[in-house]
Ligand binder design. Structure first.
Ligand SMILES: [Zn+2]
Ligand SMILES: [Zn+2]
Length: 698
């Protein structure tokens, strides 16, 4: 049976989760967790929480799942040391550089790949495994069939979300909050701009209902997933208690949920009811919803009852203990206690002969069964008692207390943490600034005028190149380096088609491909092509660059959440690239942003979303282009195009600077590129931004 993993944002929530049947909890600590708004634990509270969980035999996963800058690494290591010494079972990590650094210092640390790593395919899970992760938290968007396939073949544990909020964007690929308000979702500061109206007061094209897979637990168990995760570290402990209790009951009893259970879940929090659309591969209007305006009305009795389940000192026994008691004439009285993980034997003095009433087994049993106030319940008592002895109740009570205290001690003891002090310096490959690259959405944008410019690389979507091979071959023959861009999301059912397109590109002379997520690097290299890493890999520090280099990436685009001084200070063990011009990508969604909310998306290119250009308008009137991608995924781009002056980035040690074209016409693209290459400010016809390179993110 998979573990039931409950969220805990406070000590109360930890008790709420444990007392209501969670077999694992996840908690946030310090600066480096994806819920920096949550009421976080102090060091002492964290030690207390981890110890409490160890005592109760509940696993603990601590989130360290934000992007981390080079300067923050020492603080990260301090946090990690504290967590490991306090007995955290695993850490949930997004940042590849953070993972490298943690393993370098603490070789035995167990790391789980956060959902922020956007693992959504077998190749992605295998890549995470090869790096050393023992578990991957899969993207919430996956249908059961994909989850089952990955779980069956990856050789690494899988964890899936079963309950709680759904973001519109694939986790790890959302830049909306960062770019429009400096509050980075990748740094635990998402301001949830996706919950706001766009294009009118009552239009919420990006607000999804909450997930509830309670009716589908059996299918997930059969799929072999290791962990079922409840979202909600920001939620109050009563919520954690109620949701955990219901999930634990349905899971443990292997039955369907009752109407009453589903109603209760809906009452404590939902957005117009729940959805299981992703798991059932049935997305569209039914997945969208807003939170009701007065959600907490009438919940007091429910919350009061829930609060009683985790009141301090209220312990529900959670561990079975077996006692073996023996008292023989002339030998010390002994009690052996066994909680199936640990065994302890305690002894007392030699028993006296009974003067009046002899002690009988019932007397001993009565004392041994007094385990109230501890976590133990008595499973079995094995009794060897000679007749004619007198053993005081106090003697037996003391033995019981000693034995149980010793067991508790053993349960909470943390084995020593192995630490490595030798670290490997990351080399810098001094490439010098080597020129510009250009990315287009459609091959049509790559006109002869644009192709004539001194551009080092042209990135074009793989399906565009495969669909227009003659034109692509012509450009290649002219000496243009064409690099196919892989879709950032490639489900396993889509993998074959993409690889075929990629092979066609290779046949006409392409030698490299641009990879957006970690699962794509190995398949590209297996085709004998060079792998370039795109922004979706969130390369935010030197360690991440080193990990990607080690995976075979030859050129890596840096996170555009970095500030320019950070870009400059990175150790760059491979060619690096920075996006310096164009609309930045903000979101990548499984649900169609164009026609998903209202209906009319057919997911095959014939629906209302079929003809390209579409804009979302926010409350201030800013217009964000939305594009339909392959399989009717949609991507959202910034309202303001980015432009950096060459002086700003040429001295930062990057190898290439990229111009990214999205909704620009072919003529406009050529004109803009010509201007940028000449060092002139390009005319996009709208106001420009410097992105986050100057301002940085929180
Ligand atoms: Zn969001
Ligand atoms: Zn669509």
């Amino acid at each position: 049976m998979p573990e039931l993993l409950a969220p805990a944002g406070s000590m109360d929530a930890v008790r709420a989760a444990v007392q209501n049947g969670a077999t694992a909890v996840y908690l946030g600590f310090g600066t480096f967790n994806a819920r920096r708004g949550a009421k976080n634990f102090t060091a002492d509270e964290m030690r207390q929480a981890l110890s409490y969980c160890r005592l109760h035999g509940v696993k603990t996963n601590v989130t360290v799942n934000t992007l981390i800058s080079d300067r923050e690494i020492p603080a990260l290591l301090r946090d990690v040391r504290l967590l490991l010494e306090a007995g955290a079972d695993a850490l949930i990590v997004q940042d590849l550089g953070a993972a490298r650094c943690i393993w370098e210092h603490f070789p035995d640390a167990v790391l789980h790949a956060s959902t922020q790593l956007t693992v959504h395919s077998l190749a992605g899970a295998r890549a995470a495994k090869a790096l050393g992760f023992s578990r991957v938290v899969l993207s919430r968007e996956l249908p059961l069939e994909e989850i089952r396939y990955i779980t069956a073949h990856a050789g690494v544990e899988t964890e899936v979300f079963v309950h709680g909020a759904l973001c519109m964007c694939y986790s790890g690929q959302c830049e909306l909050s960062a770019v429009i308000g400096r509050r980075s979702g990748n740094r635990g500061m998402c301001a949830q701009p996706c919950r706001l109206p766009y294009g009118g007061k009552n239009r919420y094209p990006m607000s999804l209902k909450d997930l509830c897979l309670l009716p589908r637990l059996r299918a997930l168990c059969e799929a072999g997933v290791s962990s079922l995760k409840i979202e909600g570290r920001m939620k109050r402990p009563e919520y954690v208690a109620i949701v955990t209790k219901i999930y634990a009951a349905v899971l443990n009893e292997g039955r369907a949920p009752t109407r009453d259970e589903l109603d209760t879940l809906e009452k404590v929090f939902s957005r117009d009811g729940f959805t299981q659309g992703y798991l059932d591969d049935h997305i569209g209007p039914s997945m969208f919803g807003m939170r009701a305006p007065t959600p907490e009305k009438g919940l007091a009795p429910l919350y009061d009852a829930a609060a009683r389940t985790f009141a301090e000192g209220q312990e529900r026994p959670c561990a079975a203990v077996s006692f073996a008691f023996s008292a023989h004439e002339g030998a010390p009285v002994t009690l052996r206690a066994d909680d199936s993980a640990n065994t302890v034997t305690v002894t007392s003095g030699i028993p006296e002969r009974a003067q009046k009433r002899e002690t009988i087994t019932e007397d001993i049993e009565k004392s041994l069964r007094k385990t109230g106030g501890t976590i133990f319940s008595v499973k079995q008592i094995d009794m060897q008692l000679d007749g004619g002895l007198r053993i005081a109740a106090k003697t037996v009570n003391d033995l019981r207390r000693q034995a149980l205290a010793a067991l508790e001690e053993m349960r909470t003891t943390v084995p020593p943490v192995r630490e490595n002090t030798e670290t490997v310096e990351i080399e810098t490959l001094d490439t010098g600034f080597s020129g510009y690259t250009v990315q287009v959405r459609e091959l049509e944008q790559l006109t002869d005028a644009l192709a004539q410019l001194p551009v080092q690389t042209y990135y074009v979507p793989v399906h565009e190149l495969a669909a227009h091979k003659a034109r692509a071959a012509q450009l290649l023959a002219r000496g243009c380096m064409l690099v196919p861009v892989l879709p950032r999301i490639i489900w396993d059912r889509e993998q074959k088609q993409v690889l075929e397109q990629l092979e066609e590109c290779k046949t006409i002379g392409c030698t490299a491909a641009l990879c957006g997520t970690i699962g794509q690097i190995v398949p590209v290299r297996a085709l004998g092509m060079q792998a370039f890493g795109d922004f979706g890999l969130n390369a935010f520090n030197s360690g991440a660059l080193e990990v990607l280099r080690g995976m075979g990436v030859a050129r890596q685009t840096l996170s555009f959440e970095l500030r320019l001084p950070q870009v400059r200070d990175l150790h760059k063990p491979l060619e690096t690239e920075l996006i310096v011009c164009g609309r930045l990508p903000l979101m990548l969604t499984e649900n169609c942003m164009i026609a998903g909310r209202e209906g009319g998306c057919k997911r095959d290119g014939t629906g209302k979303c079929a003809d390209g250009a579409y804009y979302l308008t926010d409350r201030r009137g800013a217009k964000f282009p939305v594009f339909r991608e392959e399989h009717c995924r949609t991507s959202l781009y910034n309202s303001q195009p980015l432009y950096l002056e060459p002086d700003e980035y040429r001295q930062t040690g990057i190898t290439y600077a990229r111009l990214l074209f999205t909704d620009e016409s072919p003529a406009q693209a050529a004109r803009i590129a010509r201007a940028v290459l000449a060092g002139e400010t390009p005319d996009f016809g709208v106001q420009l931004t410097r992105g986050l390179y100057r301002r940085g993110v929180e």
